[in-house]
Unconditional design. Structure first.
Lengths: 251, 300
């Protein structure tokens, strides 16, 4: 791979890959890199995805992040978002302040819930998202304070908890992938605990392991995360002309 | 011959009907189209021990900072462009909200919908398996009586004693209109509220015959049978968004957040903007903008 490919572009493509094969569903990204990934996927290999402006409209075309020249193709106010996710016709990529080996995630608070050391957003729609529609994560800083043995508040449901609930939720529960500044991970191991999928260029397995606070499943061969194709690079430039993606990745 | 109800009142008249200990629903979403002039009036009252239901923004932050919240039913509290609400954070970190009740976003909708339909609960999957079940031990599940037998979360209905929402337009009788991209759940807040204290503030009060001049009939989600009091509140959602009349006042929101970091700065902010009436608030905002502009000019 050429040295000239920026890490942020490799990560944007790794995020885009989360939606491969999803077809005509709502690809929802909570954050700059997540939105970029969804829009690059639609602009290239997954053209039927539905993309929103993050406010209340489905938009057609390659809307740049923060762009205001919208080609509206539909209306998606919050009530319709709730309907769509309960119907399972959505794949959301969220952030997480903490995540554990089974994908239990936390955006709510750090420290005990009753009196948090740090109050964050609250659970938001995380509980409903993770038991209803496919969910992926982008985490800009892969470190042991984020990849933890146990999250302080389960705002997003992981595989162990989904199995305990059983029935429909256990059967349909679908955490797809976790993209970080170091690697791509998923939950396709035999017991659905987090496993390494690929390493970003220049990152070693040890780098990932030493920044993860639980035991990762490491396959015998781990490829390097692929660079963008020419079409993907062009889409990245069109959708993020200001280079906001580079600010998402810690130096 | 009988006359129709006269619903035009002021924020303070609306707030005067509330009592301590009531359950209040507040419309809008995060820092979007919040009924801020009604919230500011509530801040000036001696009403306390409220149960507040909200897709929370600065409404929740301000009520927490003023110590008026006994129980808070929320899924998040956020200022959108500034993700974390400073007063809410402090209140949670100091454990000064006696009964924080944290639910999934969809659960709030379901609770209000159940309340509006006079049902005891509505079933959902949202919440199951999550920390919501851990921190709300009173939540119960219900088994589907059909062949699937699925165990679902029974979201308990919320009936409100009072509801505040802010709209772009309303006629004097409470036929109200949103002209922005999303009604959020404002119609549900009004429908889940006992008749008597359902209040709509609006940017403009217009004649009924003008209701379809600026928007299609789709924008008329709120009719007068859902409303008891109508308040003329120009710039009433400030500093939150009220599209298309105005966007969020990002500079003012930032000043609000900066002031919240320090008790003395917050005292100065609230003395200036919140101690007086709504007219004072609005004139101080205008003066504040002039000061910022002058300071920028001077720095050039």
């Amino acid at each position: 791979m050429s040295d000239s490919v920026a890490l942020a572009d490799v990560i944007a493509v790794a995020c885009a890959e989360a939606w491969r094969g999803d077809g005509e569903i709502f690809a929802s990204g909570m954050g700059v890199m997540q939105m970029l990934g969804a829009r690059v996927a639609r602009a290239t290999f997954e053209p039927d995805l539905m993309i929103s402006d993050g406010e209340a409209f489905y938009v057609s075309g390659d809307l740049p992040i923060g762009g205001t020249q919208k080609l509206v193709e539909g209306w998606i106010p919050f009530r319709s978002v709730f309907d769509t996710l309960a119907g399972g016709r959505r794949h959301v990529m969220m952030g997480a302040s903490q995540i554990d080996r089974y994908g239990n995630s936390n955006i709510a608070n750090i420290g005990p819930w009753a009196k948090p050391k740090s109050q964050l957003l609250g659970v938001r729609g995380g509980p409903g998202n993770t038991v209803n529609n496919a969910t992926s994560f982008f985490i800009p800083k892969h470190q042991t304070s984020v990849f933890v043995a146990s999250v302080d508040m389960v705002s997003g449901v992981g595989y162990d908890r989904a199995k305990k609930v059983g029935g429909f939720i256990a059967k349909r529960h679908d955490l797809r992938r976790v993209v970080t500044n170091l690697a791509v991970l998923d939950f396709n191991s035999p017991d659905n605990s987090m496993q390494l999928v690929s390493l970003h260029p220049g990152v070693s397995i040890d780098d990932v392991v030493s920044n993860t606070g639980f035991e990762l499943v490491i396959p015998s061969t781990v490829p390097i995360s692929r660079p963008p194709t020419a079409a993907e690079s062009a889409a990245i430039e069109t959708i993020d002309p200001k280079g906001l993606r580079h600010r998402e990745i810690p130096a | 011959m009988s006359e129709p109800r006269n619903k035009i009142i002021t924020e303070d008249q609306a707030v005067a009907t509330l009592r301590s200990g009531m359950t209040l629903g507040i419309g809008g979403w995060g820092s979007r189209r919040k009924p801020m002039s009604l919230v500011r009036s509530l801040l000036r009252s001696d009403i306390t021990d409220l149960t507040v239901v909200s897709y929370g923004g600065p409404d929740v932050g301000l009520l927490c900072a003023a110590g008026k919240v006994k129980k808070l039913i929320y899924a998040f509290v956020s200022l959108d462009s500034i993700p974390l609400e400073p007063h809410f954070r402090l209140a949670r970190q100091n454990a000064t909200i006696p009964e924080p009740t944290e639910w999934d976003e969809g659960m709030l909708q379901w609770a209000l919908f159940a309340g509006s339909l006079r049902l005891p609960f509505l079933p959902t999957r949202a919440g199951l398996g999550s920390g919501v079940m851990d921190v709300n031990p009173s939540l119960k599940t219900v088994k589907s009586p059909y062949a699937d037998g699925e165990e679902l979360l029974a979201v308990p209905a919320i009936r409100l004693d009072a509801a505040f929402v802010h709209m772009n337009r309303s006629d004097a009788r409470g036929n109200a209109q949103y002209l922005g991209p999303d009604v959020y759940f404002d119609d549900l807040f009004l429908s889940a509220c006992e008749p008597g204290r359902r209040f709509v503030s609006a940017e403009k009060i217009i004649p009924t015959e003008d209701l379809l001049k600026e928007g299609t009939f789709h924008t008329l989600k709120i009719n007068r049978s859902m409303v008891d009091g109508v308040i003329h509140a120009p710039n009433g959602a400030h500093f939150t968004t009220c599209e298309p009349d105005y966007g969020r006042d990002e500079a003012f929101q930032k000043a609000y957040v900066d002031a919240a970091r320090d008790p003395e700065a917050w005292k100065a902010f609230s003395d200036r903007f919140l101690a007086g009436d709504e007219a004072n608030y609005q004139s101080q905002v205008v003066a504040w903008r002039e000061e910022i502009k002058a300071a920028k000019e001077a720095a050039k």
